[in-house]
Design a protein around this ligand. Structure first.
Ligand code: SF4
Length: 346
C-alpha cells in the first residue's frame, strides 16, 4: 500500500529545521527550503535550485507540495479577474482581483462552500465541504498578486476575506494564513491592508479582540432589525443583533478601531426610513463606517437592488448622524465575480 506523503507546507520552520537535523543534515537547510516554499512560492522540489539533487530527491520521497492550481481565469471588461482555483482534492473555490485607480484588492475564500445560509448569496447554495488550509488561502493571494503584476503592472495592495465561506468559522487557519501573508518570510504585507469580513459570529469577534489582531474587521450587517435580518440571514436567530452588538462593543473597547459595516439595500426588504433609523441606532456605540454595496441578482431575482431614492435616503440619514458612508459600485458583474455571486456558476 502506498504511504500518503505529508504536505511539507504543514510544517513550521522549526519543524523543517528539526527534520533536516534528524536526517543528519544542517538545520540551516530547513531555512532554505522554508524560503522556497513561502517567499518564493515554489511549486515543486525541482525549483529549489540551491538544494542538492540528492536532498531534493529525499524531500520528494517524504513529502508533497499541495499547491493550488488556477483552473480557469476570467477577465472582466472592467479589469476584474476571477480565478476558479482547484485544490489538491479537486474541490474548487473562487477568488477575485479587483483593480481600482488607487488599489488592487484580492477577495479570497476561506471555506469550500459555507455552512451559513444567507438567502442572497450564491455560495450559500453550496453546502460547506471543508475549511481551507492556511497554505490554500495564502496561495490564492500569491496567484492574485502575480496576476496583478502581470495584467495591471502593480503588486496587490489590499486583501479582503469576503469570498466563499465565513472566515471566523475557520479562524485558526485564517489567522495562520494572515501570519504568513504579513511575515517578512512570506509576502510582507501590512495587516492594516487586510480586512476580515464576517457575517457576525459574536464569540469569535471577542476572541479576535482578545488575540489583539492587527487586521481590520468588517461586519456584513444588512439590517439592524432582528426580524428583517433573520429573514435574510437565518443564523441571526442563533446570533441575534444584541449579542453581535455586545461583541462589537467589546471589540471596540479593546482595539479602539472603527467598525465597518457592509450593507446592501434591497427593494422591499430594508429600503424604508425605519431601516436606516435602526442602523443609525445600532452604530451609535462606536465610530462606524457604512459601505453601501451594489447588489447583483443571483438568478431567481428574489432580491433586487433598491432604487437610487432609497440609497440617497440612507446616505443623507447616515451623514446627518455623523456616520461615514460610501456607496460601492460592484465590479466584475459580467464574469459573476461581483459581491454575492461567487459560486454562482461553478
Ligand atoms: S454571505 Fe458569506 S456567510 Fe453568508 S452564506 Fe454567503 S459566504 Fe456564507
Amino acid at each position: 500500500m502506498e504511504v500518503k506523503k505529508k504536505d511539507i507546507r504543514a510544517l513550521t520552520k522549526d519543524q523543517l529545521r528539526e527534520f533536516f537535523t534528524t536526517q543528519g543534515d544542517k538545520a540551516f537547510r530547513g531555512n532554505q527550503v522554508y524560503e522556497w516554499l513561502w517567499q518564493k512560492s515554489a511549486h515543486s522540489f525541482e525549483d529549489m535550485t540551491n538544494i542538492s539533487l540528492e536532498t531534493r530527491q529525499m524531500l520528494k520521497d517524504n513529502f508533497v507540495i499541495n499547491h493550488i492550481k488556477v483552473d480557469q481565469m476570467q477577465r472582466s471588461t472592467d479589469g476584474t479577474i476571477k480565478n476558479a482555483v482547484r485544490l489538491h482534492d479537486d474541490l474548487i473555490v473562487e477568488s477575485v482581483l479587483i483593480p481600482t485607480a488607487t488599489r488592487t484588492t484580492a477577495c479570497v475564500s476561506s471555506q469550500v462552500g459555507c455552512s451559513l445560509d444567507c438567502k442572497f448569496c450564491a455560495t450559500a447554495r453550496l453546502k460547506r465541504m471543508r475549511n481551507l488550509n492556511p497554505d490554500e488561502i495564502y496561495d490564492q493571494v500569491v496567484a492574485i498578486d502575480n496576476e496583478s503584476r502581470l495584467y495591471h503592472n502593480r503588486p496587490l495592495s489590499n486583501i479582503v476575506f469576503m469570498g466563499m465561506g465565513e472566515p471566523l468559522m475557520n479562524y485558526n487557519n485564517v489567522l495562520k494564513a494572515i501570519d504568513k501573508i504579513t511575515s517578512p518570510e512570506g509576502l510582507g504585507m501590512s495587516p492594516k491592508r487586510i480586512v476580515v469580513s464576517t457575517s457576525g459570529v459574536p464569540k469569535m469577534i471577542k476572541k479576535m479582540a482578545d488575540d489583539d489582531v492587527k487586521f481590520k474587521l468588517a461586519v456584513s450587517l444588512h439590517s439592524a432589525i432582528d426580524e428583517v435580518r433573520t429573514s435574510i440571514m437565518p443564523f441571526n436567530t442563533t446570533f441575534p443583533l444584541a449579542d453581535l452588538r455586545e461583541a462589537l462593543q467589546y471589540w471596540y473597547a479593546k482595539t479602539k478601531n472603527r467598525i465597518t459595516y457592509e450593507y446592501v439595500i434591497w427593494d422591499g426588504i430594508n429600503d424604508k426610513q425605519k431601516d436606516v433609523d435602526a442602523l443609525v441606532d445600532f452604530c451609535k456605540f462606536a465610530p462606524s463606517k457604512v459601505n453601501l454595496i451594489e447588489y447583483n441578482p443571483i438568478d431567481d431575482g428574489q432580491f433586487q437592488q433598491a432604487d437610487s431614492r432609497a440609497i440617497d435616503m440612507y446616505v443623507k440619514t447616515l451623514e446627518a448622524n455623523n456616520i461615514t458612508v460610501t456607496v460601492r459600485r460592484s465590479r466584475g458583474k459580467d464574469i459573476d465575480a461581483a459581491c454575492g455571486q461567487l459560486a454562482n456558476k461553478s
